[in-house]
Design a protein around this ligand. Structure first.
Ligand code: SAM
Ligand code: DTB
Ligand code: SF4
Length: 326
């Protein structure tokens, strides 16, 4: 499949038809597409660090960092540069090729952005790819991040436009699309996906993927998060998603966005090794690596390395990931 064969005109019906395929047929199709663009046994690994934790003014119903919910979280101010450098170095020594820094902001102030730009610079100097997620950006702020050499900006759509108002009221879907447009216009790689298991239905999952696949450029990285249920957030206690429907979501993302890295993201701590193996078979080829996501647990490194070993998966080197991002 050539670049020009990438589609941006998926109808909801077509996507729902993929979801409705017999599981084995869906997996076969996803695996076939996956092998056209990727080494099927290679997975990119990114490590996360929360550079500013908690006290966020937004009301995202899934999020432990919202100031609106009493989640027992230790709030922190923006971390000192040296601490960030140390964490990135540890991540690199453990084998991560990309370092993603997240801040619990609605949007960064220009002063905050100065500090984040220093962080991007020290992480780049370690030879790692950089990613930040800071909330909404103006075009001017996006340009500054590009000039700082930022590789990826993470900004999720989170769910379908139809289900969105049940999850967040303090920021609109259009606000998110606007920030994503700024990032694409400045030619920064986009990392954009969503969360499933929030009580949405299959049509919502299809509609979220339709939004992503029909963007003018597919996001270079598509994180598919399974809701991490945190006590005292509004979504705590939601009925769990059928794990096979999670695998289907990964497979459909892979088919719709053949050249994108599809990331098996939050929620791995609650998944069996076998379920994760099915996700890789469905076309996931990137993970968050390291014992913590932003504020919640993730599998320990040794466990992941053992799983990779059992599956014959090789972590991707920085060089390979540069090639696939180009
Ligand atoms: N505050 C910024 C923003 O929301 O744009 C950046 C950080 S925010 C924590 C980054 C993403 O983490 C969210 O968009 C959401 O998709 C994901 N996330 C947060 N809490 C989660 C949870 N409990 N389970 C799964 N994903 C979660
Ligand atoms: C993304 O899609 N998932 C990551 C990252 N982008 C920033 C965040 C997951 C957060 C899970 C809840 C927590 O640890 O606070
Ligand atoms: Fe704030 Fe981001 Fe959490 Fe929403 S997801 S409450 S914006 S930190």
């Amino acid at each position: 499949m050539t670049e020009s064969a990438l589609r941006h005109d998926w109808s909801l019906e077509q996507i729902k038809t993929l979801f409705a395929l017999p599981f084995n047929d869906l997996m076969f199709q996803a695996q076939t597409v996956h092998r056209q663009f990727f080494d099927a046994n290679s997975v990119q690994i990114s490590s996360l660090l929360s550079i500013k934790t908690g006290a966020c003014p937004e009301d995202c119903a899934y999020c432990p960092q919202s100031a609106k919910y009493d989640t027992d979280l230790e709030k922190e101010r923006l971390l000192p540069l040296e601490e960030v450098k140390q964490a990135a170095l540890n991540a690199k020594n453990n084998g991560a090729t990309r370092f993603c820094m997240g801040a619990a902001w609605r949007n960064p102030t220009d002063k905050n952005l100065d500090k984040v730009i220093e962080m991007i610079s020290v992480v780049k100097d370690l030879g790692m790819e950089t990613c930040v997620t800071l909330g909404m950006l103006t075009q001017q702020q996006t340009r500054r991040l590009k000039q700082a050499g930022l590789d990826y900006y993470n900004h999720n759509l989170d769910t379908s436009p139809e289900y969105y108002n049940d999850i967040i009221t303090t920021r609109t879907y259009q606000d998110r699309l606007d920030t994503l447009q700024h990032v694409q216009e400045e030619n920064i790689n986009v990392c954009c996906g969503g969360i499933v298991g929030m009580g949405e239905d299959e049509q919502d999952r299809a509609s979220l993927l339709q939004q992503l696949a029909n963007m003018p450029r597919h996001p270079e990285s598509v994180p598919i998060n399974l809701l991490v249920q945190v006590k005292n957030t509004p979504l705590y206690g939601k009925e769990a998603l059928d794990p096979l429907d999670f695998v289907r979501t990964i497979a459909v993302a892979r088919i719709l966005m053949p050249k994108s890295a599809v990331r098996l993201s939050a929620g791995r701590n609650d998944m069996s090794d076998e379920l994760q193996a099915l996700c890789f078979l469905a076309g996931a080829n990137s993970i968050f690596y390291g014992e913590k996501l932003l504020t919640t647990p993730n599998p320990v490194e040794n466990h992941d390395l053992e799983l990779f070993n059992r599956l014959g998966i090789k972590p991707q080197s920085v060089k390979q990931s540069e090639q696939s991002a180009a």
